[in-house]
Design a protein around this ligand. Structure first.
Ligand code: ATR
Length: 282
């Protein structure tokens, strides 16, 4: 791999706002990408206390930082301080990437489209597909928005707390008028042709636990779990046992980063180098 260019007066500064931010993989991925493409740039972690998020966003302009990622708990809080949101960020109502265009701050969200890109691993495109989502939190929201923008025909949502799923569907429906968005029901989904089942809940992070028994469904063609640690959750293990193609959450993590890199630099991300770096860190 290329050595990093030395830091000098022209080094461009990128980074991530989070709280906490200690465990982020993003600096590894992005600094590897800068090295690979010989860019005079660095990516740093910034631990931003939630009561100072406004000042931190103002500092992007004041310090001429070129691009930021935004992670928990700041993804919604940054919005009032930005100048513009992309359509996907408007739809999701959360921002994970900010670009500084000469003082004009543009917010986008690459989580959902990063997820969609990770499905290319098994040749899946959302257009005209029937998709079942488990969970109704922030990840589900960004994934549904991206699947909708990519013309999925039907998306059903199942969540432990049904009211949360209903509320999320109500909020998303006006923004995705061409998608049939339903509250799912395990009994009803049983006989459906499900092109893709996605776990967005945290169930599966502990060994042996699974959000659903795949044996309950007659036809599930593919499974995605956004959990990346462990790499093989019980859900993915069961999918493999049943011969169903599946992916874990590493691809989403990788591709949200690649899309952020592209949003900042206008250059194609060096995906393989970023993937290698990510796998080294996990
Ligand atoms: P994220 O930003 O990763 O989506 P989140 O917004 O906290 O995280 O959402 C977590 C999701 O996992 C929710 O859908 C949550 O269900 P509830 O809305 O009922 O809380 C789901 N979840 C978390 N723990 C769960 C559990 N033990 N069983 C079922 N669902 C669970």
């Amino acid at each position: 791999m290329n050595p990093s260019l030395p830091i000098n007066g022209q080094t461009q500064v990128f980074g991530i706002f989070g709280y906490p931010v200690k465990h982020t993989f993003s600096p590894h991925m992005h600094n590897a990408a800068f090295r690979q493409l010989n860019l005079n740039a660095r990516y740093l972690p910034f631990e931003v206390n939630p009561n100072q998020i406004g000042e931190a966003v103002q500092a992007i302009r004041a310090l001429n930082l070129k691009g930021l990622n935004v992670t928990v708990p700041h993804k919604t809080a940054v919005i009032p301080y930005l100048d513009e949101l992309t359509p996907i960020a408007q739809c999701v109502g959360a921002v994970n990437t900010i670009r500084n265009d000469q003082g004009r701050l543009i917010g986008t969200n690459t989580d959902g489209h990063g997820f969609v890109r990770s499905l290319q691993e098994f040749g899946f495109t959302p257009q005209n597909k029937n998709i079942l989502i488990l969970g109704a939190g922030g990840s589900a929201r960004s994934i549904i928005a991206a699947l909708g923008q990519e013309h999925a025909s039907r998306i059903s949502l199942i969540n432990r707390t049904q009211e949360k799923a209903e509320k999320l569907l109500e909020e998303l429906r006006p923004m995705l008028p061409e998608v049939e968005l339903n509250l799912g029901d395990l009994e009803q989904e049983r006989d459906q042709n499900i092109d893709l089942l996605v776990n967005t809940t945290s169930v599966g992070m502990k060994p042996g636990e699974s959000p659903v028994d795949l044996g309950c469904f007659l036809r599930v063609r593919r499974v995605a779990d956004i959990i990346y640690n462990p790499r093989q959750t019980r859900l993915l293990e069961q999918a493999t046992e049943l011969g169903i193609a599946c992916v874990n959450g590493i691809g989403m993590l990788l591709h949200q980063g690649c899309l952020a890199f592209e949003f900042w630099t206008g250059q194609s991300a060096p995906v393989e180098v970023m993937q290698q770096e990510l796998l080294n860190q996990l």
